[in-house]
Design a protein around this ligand. Structure first.
Ligand code: PGA
Length: 256
């Protein structure tokens, strides 16, 4: 049984001065009973990490970075390293989000480097993969995803936990989510690639999240799929009460 993860990716949204209100809306909506069964992760911008960590840790919410570099330190303006994050008590980092790939020159090679550094440092990466609409329509989904997986899976061998987020690019921020069946088929493919590369045990324990227009009204159908272990949520995670509702939905399925 894999523990579900509900991860909110704030992207470049929410002000530091809005953090208190966000987390108090979260706290007044979340059911502690449900939340006990769920890993709750929020990824604010780098500027907010310190203060977010101090508020969220009291609520059992894990704070994640939205990125991490492949070196520990050096002349890399605008970047943040695993060592810096761990020094703040931050244990998670999103890597390879499609917006990084699309707007900031992220490639499979740089994703592999970032994952390698994170894994060595014992930081848990949430590694994003996904095909574009064009790639899906040309029947290239499997090829693209396998290429993305191969760029980092070797770095995970013999290391600690890592999380994969399958986010079809055409479903991100578009309101056009993949059907639960399409997402399940793709997650199954990802898990079989994990099994082939890192063995059955790793494949069985690794959480694979679906991302792309996830919201309270469609989360349950994703979570009902065998190979979907949670959600990486953008737009719908920007309000503390909506984020809490999704945590409740994930936990409700596990009560009894
Ligand atoms: P969305 O974003 O939920 O707004 O589609 C998901 C993501 O980019 O992680």
């Amino acid at each position: 049984m894999r523990r579900p993860v509900i991860a909110g990716n704030w992207k470049m949204n929410i002000l530091p001065s809005e953090l208190e209100a966000y987390f108090s809306a979260y706290a007044s909506t979340v059911s502690e009973q449900c939340a006990d069964f769920v890993d709750k992760v929020v990824a604010p911008p780098t500027s907010h990490l310190f203060i977010a960590q101090s508020i969220a840790s009291k609520l059992g919410v894990i704070i994640s970075s939205q990125n991490v570099h492949w070196e520990d330190s050096g002349a890399f303006t605008g970047e943040v390293s695993s060592k810096m994050l761990l020094d703040l008590g931050i244990q998670y980092a999103i890597i390879g989000h499609s917006e990084r790939r699309q707007f900031f020159g992220e490639t499979n090679r740089t994703v592999g480097g970032r994952v390698a550094n994170a894994m060595k440092a014992n930081l848990i990466p949430i590694i994003c993969i996904g095909e574009t609409e064009e790639e899906r329509e040309s029947g290239l989904t499997e090829k693209i995803l396998v290429g993305q997986l191969e760029s980092f899976l070797n770095e995970c061998e013999g290391q600690g936990d890592f999380i994969i987020a399958y986010e079809p690019v055409w479903a991100i921020g578009t309101g056009k989510s993949a059907t639960a069946e399409t997402a399940q088929e793709t997650h199954e493919l990802i898990r079989s690639k994990l099994s082939e590369t890192l063995g059955r045990n790793v494949a069985d324990r690794t959480r694979i999240l679906y991302g792309g227009s996830v919201k309270p009204s469609n989360l349950k159908e994703y979570l009902e799929q065998n190979d979907i272990d949670g959600g990486l949520v953008g737009g719908a995670s920007l309000k503390g009460d909506t984020f809490a509702q999704m945590v409740n939905i994930a936990g409700e399925g596990l009560l009894n």
